[in-house]
Design a protein around this ligand. Structure first.
Ligand code: GUN
Length: 281
């Protein structure tokens, strides 16, 4: 392999250390940043995410308010909880773990979160703030990717960036951030024609498709930076990304591994968003 490995685990630890410092300063003013984490149901992946988020908060000196509700919870009940959290002065950030059970309209719940406590950055008001270049809260995964690009000395201004995937959680906010940083951005998806040819033009590739080893090594332009947001299980049950890592690392200048790449950054940036919210108290 010739590419430099972008160590998300180490960079996330650095961010969490910065957050812990910030939290210590706030404590001198009598403020403890607080994050409310709401999990509805027993989805195993969501349970792991929520546990990791809570643990990282406590380690950085943030208060966590965990709310675990049964899978049968109704929409009205969840909206009532969000409303109480909106009004709770100890809570600086509210995270409702997605996906939610089918009987609940997720968009309605996300829109009920106060935009001033929306540390996920999913409220339409925060989406608008991001796209108009005045971000209040930046969605955690793309925010983490921007930090990885910075830490790996990737030139963004003027670069051709290709984002594969158009979700509200990753692809769309990722494109907004790269555009704000003066990249020329292409968003690809399942209907994109000649995807390999489009990806071959990219100086920066962000893969967020959700299919193991979907991006082949020969799609990677020599010298490109490759960021793999994927979290898939391969046939042997091993965690792997959206990029054929072994082949891509032969051509990339820098690349993130899976695990220990983007994943740890999502949690670190959630802590950072919660700290920033508390600083605005
Ligand atoms: N589910 C998967 N990723 C996320 C995320 O970043 N935030 C929330 N709330 N739910 C998720």
């Amino acid at each position: 392999m010739s590419a430099t490995l972008i160590d998300g685990q180490a960079i996330a630890a650095k961010v969490r250390g910065e957050v812990a410092e910030g939290a210590k300063k706030l404590l001198e003013r009598g403020i403890t940043p607080g994050l409310a984490v709401v999990l509805v149901g027993e989805d195993p992946a969501s349970q792991v995410y929520v546990r990791n988020k809570s643990k990282a908060c406590v380690e950085a000196g943030l208060a966590v308010f965990d709310h675990k509700l049964p899978a049968t919870t109704g929409e009205a009940e969840l909206l009532a909880l969000v409303s109480a959290l909106n009004a709770d002065p100890r809570v600086d950030g509210i995270l409702v773990q997605l996906p939610l059970p089918k009987q609940i309209n997720s968009q309605k719940v996300l829109e009920s979160i106060s935009p001033d406590k929306d540390v996920d950055g999913f409220h339409p008001s925060n989406v608008g703030q991001l796209w108009t270049g005045q971000p209040r809260f930046v969605p955690c995964t793309p925010f983490g990717v921007m930090r990885l690009l910075k830490e790996s000395d990737t030139q963004i201004a003027g670069a051709d960036a290709v984002v594969i995937g158009r979700s509200n959680i990753v692809g769309k906010p990722m494109a907004a951030l790269l555009l704000s940083a003066n990249a020329t951005v292409t968003i690809c998806h399942s209907k994109t024609r000649d995807l390999p040819e489009v990806v071959r033009r990219a100086d920066i590739i962000v893969a967020a498709i959700g299919k193991a080893a979907f991006v082949r090594g020969d799609w990677v332009k020599p010298g490109a930076t490759v960021i793999d947001v994927g979290m898939n299980r391969n046939a042997e049950g091993k965690l792997c990304g959206d990029v054929d890592f072994a082949a891509a690392s032969e051509r990339a200048r820098a690349i993130t591994p899976v695990p220990r790449g983007v994943g740890p950054m999502t949690i670190a940036m959630l802590l950072e968003n919660t700290l920033r919210s508390a600083e605005r108290r």
